[in-house]
Design a protein around this ligand. Structure first.
Ligand code: ADP
Length: 473
């Protein structure tokens, strides 16, 4: 079976979050299940420089300028790159200019990506036709619309939601520019409160919708989590799956990690903790060293952590945080670092992320919603106890240290609910208690490190689903 995966990010080439990790890791995981994957990405300057690749198709005019499709192989990935200089050849991030503002033509940029995906099979652009197209998030979500409505192609499309909060909105005066028919600008189509929602088009026209954890799939049916599209999700309930993300077990392996003092059992964490304290300028302490590696956004609930911090520091605990994003949160964490037991690095740093996860005793993830979350999985693998909000993938991957779970020897972390500063403070207090019982703590670490967090079962679930869609009448 041959699959075209369409996305705006793919590790190790271009990454702003977990989406890239998943898009980058799935091809290898699916290969083991007999599914071949080629990935279509925007031709950002860095990506073109790294991959180069040979031109296999040309468009004279693709959404306002000439474009070429390049075929390349990088880091074991079979890639198609949409080399469209008028859309992608610019300084800055995948979605925003150097100052941080979104590119004004993001709708056209990613509509073009979806259009190219739909054409690829249709025109045999590259002499290759996929059996199924796998679209990731709003940036790829117009693919099934272009494919089915404009091109009349039956190729099955799987639409995966990595984060429902990003709706891919554009004003209605862009209908023509985006090659969308006005007759589909309706409640049953891609209209969303007077705007175009590219994500909604994906939810309406894809053959199947999946998201990245079973709990998030159930949450999306509810108004609280559905970002205004819960009604659409409800109407497609029969075609909805939740498949957990795995992690790249080679990149995140404490026994071979080149960025840390490698270790096989949690005892080996001590040296990493000492080194981490040096790196972050933290003193020795009695309590647990808690770490955070995260985007700083409202979703991640880190404002709650600012309020709950005294529950940790008053018990001799410490916080080391790496993150970037919302300037107000960046400033607030800078201010919090006035406390000697709080250390903050604003920025994006892969190496430091590994050092934090290896050196921390616990990793804190107080997200208001979390489709899957990857850092709790890294934490488990490294024996770094996750303290997480009871939501989405965090609910599916952590076994909270209830008396029953402790008695049965299966606990791996702590979950708290509701997602408030008070509930987080209680969880941090409980964490400090557990940390003071060396036997219980060692058992938690052992359980965490033994929990499977790789792609195996999830790759099988994707492959089964894809084969079922390919063979559907
Ligand atoms: P999201 O995709 O919502 O940001 P995930 O937990 O799914 O959250 O994935 C986040 C990914 O980005 C993880 O691989 C994490 O290690 C990485 N990450 C987030 N912030 C940083 C940072 N400041 N520096 C390095 N890596 C980061």
């Amino acid at each position: 079976m041959q699959v075209l995966s369409v996305a705006s990010e793919c590790a190790p080439l271009v990454k702003t979050g977990g989406l890239a990790d998943v898009v980058g890791a799935l091809p290898e995981a699916l290969a083991a299940e007999g599914v071949g994957v080629r990935t279509l990405l925007p031709g950002y300057p860095d990506v073109i420089t790294k991959a180069k690749g040979k031109v296999v198709h040309k468009w004279q005019d693709l959404f306002g300028g000439p474009a070429r499709l390049r075929e390349a192989k990088v880091a074991g990935l079979d890639l198609y790159l949409l080399d469209a200089p008028h859309l992608f050849d610019r300084e800055g991030g995948p979605y925003s200019a150097p100052g941080g503002l979104d590119w004004p033509d993001n709708a056209e940029r990613f509509a073009a990506l979806s259009y190219a995906a739909a054409m690829l099979g249709d025109e045999h652009a590259a002499g290759w036709e996929p059996d199924l197209i796998h679209c990731h998030d709003w940036q790829a979500a117009l693919t099934p619309y272009y494919l089915k409505v404009l091109r009349h192609r039956p190729t099955p499309v799987l639409m995966t939601i990595h984060n429902m909060a990003f709706l891919g909105l554009a004003p209605p005066d862009r209908l023509d520019a985006l090659q969308l028919r006005e007759t589909d600008f309706t409640r049953d189509g891609f209209e969303f409160w007077g705007q175009i929602s590219m994500l909604k088009a994906g939810l309406v026209w894809a053959d199947h919708i999946s998201t990245v954890s079973p709990t998030y799939a159930a949450e999306l049916l509810r108004e609280e989590f559905g970002a205004g599209l819960h009604g659409v999700i409800q109407s497609r309930r029969a075609d909805l799956s939740g498949i957990l993300n795995g992690i790249d077990e080679d990149v995140w392996n404490p026994a071979t990690d080149p960025h840390i003092q490698a270790y096989k059992t949690a005892k080996g964490k001590a040296r990493n903790r000492a080194k981490l304290r040096k790196i972050m300028g933290l003193p020795e302490a009695e309590g647990p060293l808690c770490v955070v590696v995260s985007r700083l956004s409202h979703q991640k609930g880190l404002d709650l952590l600012l309020d709950a911090l005294p529950a940790l520091t008053s018990r001799g605990g410490q916080l080391a945080l790496l993150g970037s994003g919302d300037p107000a949160l960046e400033r607030a964490f800078h201010a919090a670092a006035a406390d000697l037991n709080v250390a903050v690095r604003i920025g994006y740093d892969e190496v430091l992320a590994h050092q934090l996860i290896a050196g921390g005793d616990a990793i804190l993830i107080p997200s208001r919603f979390e489709p899957c979350g990857l850092t709790q999985l890294y934490g488990l693998r490294y024996g770094t106890i996750p303290v997480v909000a009871l939501t989405g993938g965090l609910a599916d991957t952590v076994i909270t240290a209830s008396p029953a779970a402790l008695a049965r020897g299966v606990a791996t972390g702590l979950q708290f609910h509701p997602v408030t500063a008070d509930a987080l403070a209680l969880a941090l207090d409980r964490l400090c208690n557990l940390f003071q019982s060396p036997d219980i703590w060692a058992q938690l670490q052992k359980n965490a490190m033994a929990q499977p967090v790789g792609w195996g079962p999830s790759a099988r679930a994707y492959a089964d689903l894809m084969k079922r869609l390919m063979n559907a009448p």
